[in-house]
Design a protein around this ligand. Structure first.
Ligand code: TEU
Ligand code: CA
Length: 552
């Protein structure tokens, strides 16, 4: 079935780091309003906003204390209404982050719940007796330490920080309260939700989990994520809320395979429209992000291709390289030193010519890179500080290794301020931002990109326009070629008579490639090329990080 959200390109905004308008060093909603014309000029159809609700910010808004209010630092509900209107006026839809696996421990539900066993809100959360003097089981939090904390005589579960207690989805009243809250936003006119760790909402058993690598605790994800009952809840949510609106939904689901994903997104299941899978994001790290893993290009091809071909034909895929939880892709899978423009545009081509809904994370469209921090205190992310305590302070991982890998994989790389111009604070703010600005803002910034017609920005814009013009890019099928080649990523797309060939060079050495026989015709057309003077012949040369898309 054809739908608007299959044809859309989404732009993700991390409001805290996008644009500050009142000089407190923290991005805000008025900052987004200011930049709406910029967002429009990229050509995207949908904006996804990371959480903007009231929050004590233990995890930058993923710890919500009031679902129906705006975080003070970000502005007011009036600002929000103006923002939504400004988007709709420009033909841009808005999807919100829905964080309902957990709340903040400062949410009124939790404040009531922790008062004791007789509280009417006790069962909104998950409380268990300890095992003697110990926690109920060995589960570790995704952000290090135990997943259990004690209040009086019982423990509550928190899969993330201890300020993020997990909600108990078995509680019917809690579910109805969540559905009411979702209707509140949908009735305001928002166009959908990105659902945070939505595959974790059902807790089925409380057995100990296997301990991965040198971890101190059991892997909570392996026991809690993707339990069967999650589908009952999502279907119920669909019946009572989602199906009554023309919206899009995308679930954030780590640890899924295409087979598991089908259960969330196949149309007849009536749950979600698409999910974010994580397999390509796990390629370069081992049992935790401070232990690296060697990887080869054929592995990346296998993963991305599997997601192209193995999902059911009535399921839909999402496509992303970056988000607020990942390091910058040009630093990770590209080359941010000598071939930043080439590798950023190559990676963009590879992703945007695939089947699925592409997501662009703020700054990706100008090729923003990782930052370099040499002190722990420069990091703001709770994941880094908790990880340091659990792994370095206990001697599991040496300090230097921790720092090196944080410089590669920390979530803070995506959270440094958006680089608008080359001024002291990159045009993000007039005063010192909450997290350091990348010094490379002097050359990498929006102002410079808009002045240069060969910039990464305009290349992204062209990719988005191509998707609008050629249905094959959205709906065509996918065939991988050269699966074992260690430098070239080549694939074909086909929809009826419309066919395209995508060739991407992942390395800085020039590669020669024989075009497949079936594409040699008189009517070859180059749709896009990141070097601009690609010479079409039987045997083509792909320069460092070159990408080309040929229609035939
Ligand atoms: O992330 C959930 C998640 O499991 C991972 O993306 C995790 O943050 C990452 O692997 C750690 O490196 C979501 C949000 O996207 C994230 O920002 C929140 O911190 C988390 O949920 C808790 O709400
Ligand atoms: Ca501000």
């Amino acid at each position: 079935m054809k739908t608007w959200w299959k044809e859309a390109v989404v732009y993700q905004i991390y409001p805290r780091s996008f644009k500050d308008t009142n000089g407190d060093g923290i991005g805000d909603l008025r900052g987004i309003i200011e930049k709406l014309d910029y967002i429009k000029s990229l050509g995207v159809d949908v904006v996804w906003l990371n959480p903007i609700y009231s929050s004590p910010n233990d995890d930058n808004g993923y710890d919500i204390s009031d679902y129906q209010n705006i975080m003070e630092e970000f502005g007011t509900m009036n600002d929000f209404d103006e923002l939504l209107e400004g988007m709709h006026e420009r033909g841009i839809k808005l999807i919100m982050d829905l964080v309902v696996n957990h709340t903040s421990d400062e949410h009124p539900w939790f404040i009531e719940s922790k008062k004791g066993k007789d509280s009417p809100y006790r069962d909104y959360y998950i409380w268990k007796d300890g095992k003697g003097d110990n926690e109920p089981n060995n589960w570790g939090s995704v952000f290090s330490g135990s997943a259990w904390d004690k209040v009086d005589d019982q423990y509550y579960l928190h899969c993330f920080t201890k300020k993020q207690p997990d909600l108990n989805w078995e509680n019917e009243n809690m579910r109805q309260d969540v559905y009411d809250m979702m209707r509140f936003w949908l009735d305001k006119g928002v166009d959908g939700f990105r659902m945070d760790v939505i595959n974790a909402i059902s807790k089925a058993t409380y057995d100990d989990a296997k301990v991965p690598g040198d971890n101190l605790y059991g892997d909570v994800i392996s026991v809690v994520w993707n339990n069967p009952k999650v589908h009952d809840y999502l279907h119920e949510m669909y019946e009572s809320v989602l199906k009554h609106y023309d919206i899009m939904t995308v679930g954030e689901t780590s640890r899924v395979t295409p087979e598991i994903a089908d259960l969330y997104v196949r149309e007849d299941r009536q749950e979600l429209n698409m999910v974010f899978q994580f397999e390509h994001m796990k390629l370069d790290t081992d049992w935790c992000k401070w232990v690296e893993r060697d990887w080869q290009l054929p592995e990346l091809k296998e993963i991305l291709s599997k997601w192209q071909t193995d999902l059911d034909k009535n399921s839909w895929n999402s496509l992303y390289w970056n988000n607020h939880d990942q390091a910058r892709v040009v630093s990770r899978f590209g080359n941010d030193k000598d071939f930043r423009r080439e590798s950023a545009t190559m990676l963009a081509t590879l992703l945007h010519m695939m089947r699925g809904t592409p997501y662009i994370y703020q700054g990706e469209e100008i090729g923003m890179t990782n930052i370099y921090f040499d002190k722990l205190s420069q990091y703001k992310d709770v994941e880094i500080h908790n990880g340091y305590k659990q792994l370095v302070e206990t001697g599991k991982i040496p300090h230097d290794q921790f720092m090196d890998n944080s410089n590669k994989y920390s979530r803070d790389h995506s959270r440094t301020p958006m680089q608008w111009d080359d001024s002291t604070y990159a045009g993000f703010s007039d005063s010192k931002p909450w997290i350091e600005v990348n010094p490379n803002k002097s050359s990498i910034n929006v102002e410079a990109a808009l002045k240069d017609d060969k910039s990464i920005f305009y290349y992204y814009r062209n990719l988005i326009q191509l998707r609008k013009k050629h249905e094959v890019i959205v709906y065509g099928d996918y065939v991988l070629l050269e699966k074992d080649h260690d430098s070239l990523f080549v694939y074909k797309r086909r929809l009826g008579d419309e066919k395209i060939l995508v060739i991407c060079n992942f390395h800085q050495m020039t590669q020669t490639y024989h075009l497949p026989d079936d594409i040699l015709s008189d009517s070859l057309e180059i749709l896009i090329n990141n070097y601009e003077d690609f010479e079409l012949k039987n045997e083509v040369n792909l320069r460092p990080y070159e990408a080309v898309v040929i229609k035939y």
